[in-house]
Design a protein around this ligand. Structure first.
Ligand code: SF4
Length: 251
């Protein structure tokens, strides 16, 4: 085993960079809207192969908006459940269709596919772009099927109760979900990258060196994250077996 991956326990799929939002804090910036999505069979293979060699505890799907490709997402979670991976998590903005029937069916199929933690991106930034009534149909459907399995997952400038208009509005939105029985996750603190760097610069201290909290230590990689085009560590899962990619990875 490549020692760099001795603590590897998570596989992530940003399923697509297509999205129903264009949020002003989005760290993806110009990548948002790039067409395409991960091939479901290839994603399934990655899960099977990696989990046969490593003790994987979490599989996560996000985007963009992953539920624009629901069948791919279902396949990812059913493969993760079959492989015995305990935490099967999606981050979604909850808006992928205007049709209530499609929204409810997707929520049911998502839960039945094996997804057991749903993080619903909702805050002042998403609220500017994403229609609340559609999100609520999704949230209520999931809440019925998987009580306690859905959390609101907000992005903060500084945190709950902070003295700026975005965090004040996000605090209000989080309370709205809490009153429905949907608790809040810790959420994310926004860092200056992508749209956030362009549109929220007044909230960042130019003298401070911000660090992207999602960048891994290259000598102790705990998460494998496969891009929608199959890229992984300078190679591609469509051309090379994922375990060979991990074995040949050099710092
Ligand atoms: S923050 Fe989330 S919902 Fe908003 S544009 Fe980015 S990926 Fe889409």
């Amino acid at each position: 085993m490549n020692p760099v991956f001795k603590n590897l326990d998570k596989i992530e799929f940003p399923v697509t960079y297509m999205c129903t939002g264009r949020c002003r804090h989005c760290s993806l910036g110009d990548k948002i809207g790039t067409p395409g999505s991960i091939d479901p069979e290839a994603a399934e293979r990655v899960i099977k192969r990696i989990s046969s060699a490593y003790d994987i505890k979490t599989v996560m799907a996000f985007g963009g908006e992953p539920l624009l490709f629901p069948e791919t997402v279902f396949r990812i979670f059913s493969a993760a459940a079959e492989a015995g991976i305990e935490k099967r998590v999606i981050i979604t903005n909850g808006y992928f269709s205007n049709d209530p029937e499609i929204i409810e069916n997707t929520a049911r199929n998502l839960v039945e596919s094996g997804c057991n933690r749903i993080l619903l991106s909702a805050d002042a930034f998403h609220r500017e772009r994403i229609p609340l009534d559609r999100v609520m149909i999704f949230a209520k459907s999931v809440l019925k099927l998987l009580p306690g399995g859905i959390k609101v997952h907000p992005a903060w400038i500084s945190g709950r109760g902070a003295d700026n208009p975005y965090d004040a509005e996000t605090s209000r939105i989080v309370s709205e979900f809490e009153s429905m029985g949907i608790a809040a996750s810790k959420g994310n603190i926004i860092f200056p990258e992508g749209n956030a760097e362009k549109y929220l610069s007044e909230y960042f201290d130019p003298a401070k060196a911000y660090v992207n909290p999602y960048i891994e230590n290259p000598e102790d990689i705990r998460t494998v994250s496969v891009d929608p085009d199959g890229s992984l560590f300078g190679q591609n899962i469509y051309q090379t077996d994922v375990l060979e990619i991990l074995d040949s990875y050099e710092v």
